[in-house]
Design a protein around this ligand. Structure first.
Ligand code: ATR
Length: 284
């Protein structure tokens, strides 16, 4: 795309950022919609982050995505935060306008849209969900499940204090008691009667340990999903499919979480299609 002097600009800030699929993903949509705009990788060291955000806004960028390690640091920099960013406790999308910095979080949206896309028959309210892990990704997953009507989320993490802190933070108001902490050693039993199993730990990712989890107690009607998408077909998803479960891989969450930012910066609502998936996966 040859840019004009009016080109709309956005990018992704991270450290490192070279592994990010976002420039390829947004570049596909920009090209597909013939938009006069660009989305660029922005490698920003943690100590340079506040200055870099202000500089981007001053340079006329429409906004940016944030990835590790900037998602939490952004909370203090934003003039306004949307409800999701406040509840999840991190920002993945910045929108600049009228001299203000707006922080949003579209990870919960991306998670639930991916499930709706990949398993249209699944209903959050139908049966308990089991979530493995209590890091940043788990926070977004649990917020999205509660918003989608889940009555019970069984949260299972190796470090119990982390799970308890997350349950305390998120299970507030009407949702008090909806997030139940389960000891890591009891994870296989927690699958009994569940309608959804989500892995948000790094187990199963290339270069990390294996996820040791017997699926025998999981009803075959349950949907199984993994936040990990390297490899795309994790051992968990492979074993789940072999048992007859519907299974949804983690790439779709990345693709769907990108949609609200693209719309805010470039003014077009983009779609997640099989062609987009293939394009993003084929990095050569
Ligand atoms: P993110 O913010 O991307 O979710 P994270 O904060 O590093 O990443 O969280 C990784 C998750 O994987 C955590 O829930 C972690 O468990 P702890 O809270 O006990 O650290 C989990 N995890 C990583 N390695 C693990 C292992 N070997 N066994 C069990 N859980 C593991």
């Amino acid at each position: 795309m040859i840019l004009s002097g009016h080109a709309k600009l956005a990018g992704v800030m991270g450290w490192p950022v070279g592994h990010s699929l976002s420039p390829r993903l947004h570049g596909y949509w920009l090209d597909k919609h013939g938009i006069d705009g660009a989305y660029v990788p922005l490698p920003v060291r943690p100590d340079a982050f506040p200055g870099a955000v202000r500089a981007l806004a001053a340079l006329g960028f429409r906004g940016a995505n944030l990835t590790i390690p900037h998602k939490e640091a952004a909370l203090a920099l934003c003039d306004t935060l949307d409800a999701a960013a406040q509840r999840i406790g991190s920002v993945n999308t910045l929108v600049f306008g009228d001299g203000r910095i707006e922080g949003r979080n579209s990870d919960a949206f991306g998670f639930i849209e991916n499930l709706r896309d990949g398993a249209p028959a699944w209903r959050a309210s139908a049966a308990p969900a089991v979530v493995l892990g209590a890091g940043g990704a788990a926070r977004a997953v649990i917020v999205s499940l509660l918003d989608a009507g889940a009555q019970e989320v069984r949260l299972c993490n190796r470090t119990p204090a982390r799970a308890e802190a997350l349950a305390e933070d998120i299970g507030v108001g009407d949702m008090k008691g909806a997030v139940v902490c389960v000891p890591w050693d009891a994870r296989a039993n927690a699958l009994s009667g569940a309608g959804l199993l989500v892995n948000t730990t790094s187990l199963g990712m290339a270069g990390h340990g294996a996820l040791d989890l017997a699926l025998d107690d999981l009803p075959t009607s349950a949907l199984v999903t993994d936040i990990v998408y390297t490899p795309l077909e994790t051992d968990l998803l492979r074993r789940a499919r072999a048992r007859g479960h519907a299974a949804v891989d983690g790439l779709g969450m990345l693709l769907h979480q990108a949609r609200p930012g693209f719309e805010a910066w470039f003014g077009v609502t983009p779609e997640v299609t099989p062609e987009l998936r293939a394009f993003v996966l084929n990095r050569d």
